[in-house]
Design a protein around this ligand. Structure first.
Ligand SMILES: Cc1ncc(COP(=O)(O)O)c(C=O)c1O
Length: 407
């Protein structure tokens, strides 16, 4: 006798978050043989020198548990990477913790540095791991909305940001360059955030996984940790995945002064204890050699061209494009197209899920409906997120399909 299927058992802290949007869209995309411009991973392979280093590490016998804070040569390579980007001199063994991707570093920060009842300020649209990470730590999220201005750049309202800080604020989770808007926070904006953090004695969890992917050479990425008074209250996170087209390697790191590193490591030792050893050896080579820097320069030039191509193509198709300053995502307004096609959501207005589904079913192109990244869903319904970290042929095919479907 087969027993009746049981209701899924999920802890109350995680129940509100359901299944990740990426799994949902991927399943739909597969059913319709769609081109995947939804999830942010390259459809081309990682560089040869990195793959060779990974294979050599396994063959060379680096296959046992690593030191919990990272294999020494990777910690040292990260310190060099940080220095070359203009950062302060770090103690590689006391101020850097290697984690299993930035994803683990984010969880370690929330679990190791926050208390139940604390509040954290987050900019929406937010990376989808932030709310569940805060919920697992028992902390409450206060969202501040980034909106596109008339000048076509996303920004926040200074009064709204100030209003989000209160007596219980203990942290800000700041992602710059920002997924999904492509915003690169300016020095002035970072200064406003830093001033509020100092006033409220809050820390910053700075998610900088797209640190090397910015498109205006005159205005690169600024780390909030580099602002006066901020190094001592910031944990800066990054990872190998975006910069080296190797999202599956899951090597991340958290840079923080020793008193904050203590909290990160307190959680990290029980989340994973240590990150995959051979991959750490391969990562050390990518981050320390000239080959790595040359690869990143070339990748950035490639992405700059693909960004230009897709922004122009989307604008030509009738989307309102907010040009990204960084990352490999484009947010595009589908209002005019949805109205033309009569595609409205239950709320009687253009809807990102309705348009996303239509594009999958009629054009065979998958994107992400970004309202899932907002507490205030209405803010995201007119937008779609496109990922351009794909081969040119993939982008050509996607644009061709959309052109046909929208004709
Ligand atoms: C803003 C942001 N933070 C963190 C991550 C996760 O990074 P990792 O793959 O290193 O865990 C991603 C991945 O898409 C991201 O976009």
């Amino acid at each position: 006798m087969t027993s009746a299927p049981r209701a899924p058992r999920v802890s109350s802290s995680l129940r509100p978050f359901g299944t990740s949007i990426f799994a949902e869209i991927t399943a739909l995309a597969v059913r319709h043989s769609s081109i995947n411009l939804s999830q942010g991973f390259p459809d081309f392979d990682a560089p040869e020198f990195l793959k060779r280093a990974l294979a050599d590490a396994v063959a060379g016998g680096h296959n046992q548990y690593a030191r919990t804070q990272g294999v020494p040569k990777l910690n040292e390579a990260i310190a060099g990477w940080w220095r070359r980007a203009g950062g302060r001199e770090l103690d590689p063994h006391a101020e850097i913790t290697v984690t299993s991707g930035c994803t683990e570093a984010l969880a370690a920060c929330c679990l190791g540095l926050l208390e139940r009842g604390d509040e954290a300020v987050v900019f929406e649209p937010y990376y989808d791991a932030y709310p569940p990470d805060l919920a697992m730590a028992g902390a409450t999220m206060r969202a501040v909305t980034l909106r596109p201005s008339d000048r076509g750049v996303f920004g926040f309202d200074a009064a709204e940001l100030r209003g989000a800080f209160g007596a219980r604020t203990r942290a800000v989770i700041l992602n710059t360059p920002h997924n999904p808007t492509g915003k690169v926070f300016t020095r002035e904006e970072l200064g406003q955030i830093a001033a509020l953090c100092i006033e409220h004695d809050a820390i910053v969890i700075a998610d900088e996984v797209y640190e090397r992917l910015t498109f205006d050479p005159a205005r690169g990425h600024v780390s909030i940790a580099s602002l006066p008074g901020m190094a001592e209250r910031t944990v800066t996170l990054s990872s190998l995945g975006k910069t080296f087209s190797a999202t599956g390697l899951k090597i991340g790191w958290a840079v923080a002064p020793p008193h904050l590193t203590a909290g990160v490591r307190a959680a990290h030792q029980f989340l994973t204890y240590a990150t995959n050893t051979p991959t750490q050896h391969g990562a050390a080579l990518a981050l320390s050699g000239d080959q790595g820097e040359a690869y990143v320069r070339e990748l950035l030039a490639t992405y700059a061209a693909r960004r230009r191509f897709l922004c122009d193509a989307l604008a030509d198709l009738g989307f309102g494009v907010v040009e990204p300053e960084g990352t490999y995502f484009i947010m595009a307004d589908h209002t005019a197209l949805s109205e033309r096609l009569g595609l409205l959501g239950d709320h009687g207005a253009p809807d990102d899920f309705a348009f996303c589904r239509w594009l999958i079913e009629h054009a065979g192109v998958a994107t992400i409906p970004p309202s899932v990244f907002y507490d205030d869903k209405a803010e995201g319904r007119k937008l779609l997120r496109f990922a351009f970290c794909k081969r040119q042929e993939t982008l050509d095919e996607a644009v061709g399909r959309m052109r046909q479907a929208l004709a």
